[in-house]
Each structure stands twice: as C-alpha cells, then as structure tokens.
Write a protein that binds this ligand. Sequence first.
Ligand SMILES: [Zn+2]
Length: 420
Amino acid sequence: MSKWLMQAGTIVLALFHVIAHANDKPLVYWVYVNEQKPNLIDIKVDTSKLGIFSLEQSRSLKKAESQSEASITCYKPGGKTSVKINFNQQISCQSITWHTELTVLSDFDYNASSQQSIYSPSGWWLLFEWDNFHRLKGIENAKVCIANNKPKSKKEKNIALCSPLPQSDQPPLLLAWGKPSTRINVENLKLTIYADNELLIHEIKTIKESLQKQYSYLQTVFSQPEHMNQVRDWSLIWVGIDKKHKSLGGAAGSEAYISNYLVDKKQLTKQSIPMLLKVSAHETVHSITEYPFPLWISESLAEYYAYKSMQFISYSVNDPLTEWKQKRNVIPHAKTGLYEANLKVSEQHDMSYYPLFYVKGAAFWQALDKALQDKQKTLDTFIPLLSTETTQHKLNNAFIRQVEGIIGSQHWQTLAKDYF
Ligand SMILES: [Zn+2]
C-alpha cells in the first residue's frame, strides 16, 4: 500500500521539459508478449519522426545503485542495421526496442503492495511502469498499448488496450489484461474492473453499491469542494491472495489501483469482501486526496478512513484501536513513536517501520476522532489543516492548536505521549 511519493522538485523540472510535442499525436510504446514465453515482453517505440533524441532510464522503486542497465536496440532506417544505445545518448533511430522479463507467479500468491509486474500461467498479465518504460527526453505525450491483447471471443473486438504513460510526477502506470473486464458506472465514478478469476462476479452488485457509498463519503473528506463532482474513470484490479501468506495489500497507480482479496483453498471467505472493500477504500483515499501529507500521515489516514468509510455499508472489519491492542505486542518497533518511524522509513529507508503507520497510526486517528466526537466534532473537518508543503513530518501547529482547544490539553498530551 506504499503510496507513491511526489517530489516537489520533480514537478518543477518536469514543467521545464514540456516542449513542442504537447499537441502532437502521442508517442506509442507497443508492448508485445512473446508467443512462446509469455512472461517475456518486448517494448517497441517508433521514433522515425523524432529526429535526434535521448532516452532516460525508467522510473524505479529500487535504489539507483541496484538498477540494472537495460539493453536497448536502435534500428536504423530500413530496419536491417541496429546498434545498442545508452541512456542520455543523443541518437536518431527508426525505432527502438528493449525487453523485459516478468515474474511468473501462480494465482493467489501475489501481494499487490509489492508493485511487481507479473505473468500468471492462468493467462493474465499485470504491468507496472517501474523499470519498464524508459522515457524519451522532452516528450510528455505518450501512451502504452498492448499489441497482442487477443480477444477471447468473436464478440470482443480486437482493440489494442492502451493507457497514457503518466507524467514523471504522477503515480505509476498500472495495466492488467488477459481476463475479461466489467464496466460499472456509479454517478461520477466510472470503473473498469479486472479480476484475476470469476470468484467475485456474483458479488459484483453489492461490491458496486458499497464502493459508491464509500467513495461518496471519502470525496467529501479528501477532495477540495471545486473537484467534488469531477468524473473519475478508474481501472480497479482485483487479485486474490491465499490466506497462508498472512498478508494482503494494494497499490495506487495512475487512474488505476490494485487491491488484493483473500481466498482460502481457492474460495472466498467471510472476510474476503469486507477486506477487499477496505483495501479499495484505502487506495481510493490515495487516489483522490489533494492534500500533500507526510508519509506517515498519508498511510495512517488512508487506513483510518478506509475503516471509517465502512460505517456506510453493511460489511465491517476490526476497528484500528482493537487491531492495535491485538498487535502492539507482536508488531516490530511498537514502542517507536510515529514521527521517529517516519524518519526511519523516509530517511534511512528502513521499511520494517512501515507497518506502524497502518496499525499505530490508524489507531492514533481513531483515538483522536473519538475524543473529538465526544465534543460533537469530527476529524473530517480538520483534514485540510494536516496538509504540508514542506518536508515537515510533524503535525502542523495549527492543527494541534485546533484539536487541543476542543479535546483539552491534558487529553492531547496523553495522545501525544502514547503515539509520538
Ligand atoms: Zn497506502
């Protein structure tokens, strides 16, 4: 569920890169699945109209030093001669191509928060942008199309599945194909749902109603008023995970998010739908929130509000304070305060502190919200005060002053001592 992080510096740089191509036809990255080995894909870009260009390495979740150099071939006019090219090298080519190898993973073994690109031998693919799509410097208008997304029946048209390549300051590209998809429209929310198998089909009606109710509530909390009626066209990807893995996650992409749902011996369990709806709501918060938050706030709020959004539907999950009570003796670093955990993750890249955001962080918000509700207030109205434009990782003084004024200084001090 790790939220993709926006770097203010990147936005500024990206703006300077927007050049003449903005109104041109998009550059197309064609993705070809290898017929013999379906976990291998070739990515090909027609660069014949570009003149001289240079390539930048794809965005990656790995640290720079652990990224491997890609082998990229530049085809010269006529297509008969080719040369290998490097990143940031000025070159002119008829087309360029490179390969990528997807991890082969059996069904029900994939944790969506890994953000890995995979191929499942049951016949579907999941492609994240990370490490796969090198960028042509200065070109912002580009899309990714799956070339051999073969129709399963004659009824389905053989239309290439395409998705815009997000800008470098946006969440990553996330595409799934190989299984039939379902479209659902609920007011201003248009969803294309891809599921890895048919288990969820019978539940689609109740899922749809629940998603709509949760979304309606979450947008009142996390969208700015002028964007409240904005039409959202999202892809939702649902991938089952066996309960033996003892984990379940999700990730937000650009106009898309992925959520795991729980299965036991290839069947849904009582918890499958409520947990899917909770993870979906968590990713919805990431997708719609317009406020920049420090990492711990981003994750813990998404988790708390995922839980809170379930008060509007007929499914329930454990509340965060109960979860915290159950896990505080087993979760690593439980005694570490949330500010320090944020520093450990964001500065030292120690991901073992990350789970604290979901459990201890969500419990903090619930405890605070309870205290506010006792005074006939709600945390919902204070969310905009949490936004921060700087690298500041602590709660804003303006926010603290406001809530302290309502719940009382002593109560605030107790919360601060318990959680920070
Ligand atoms: Zn998250």
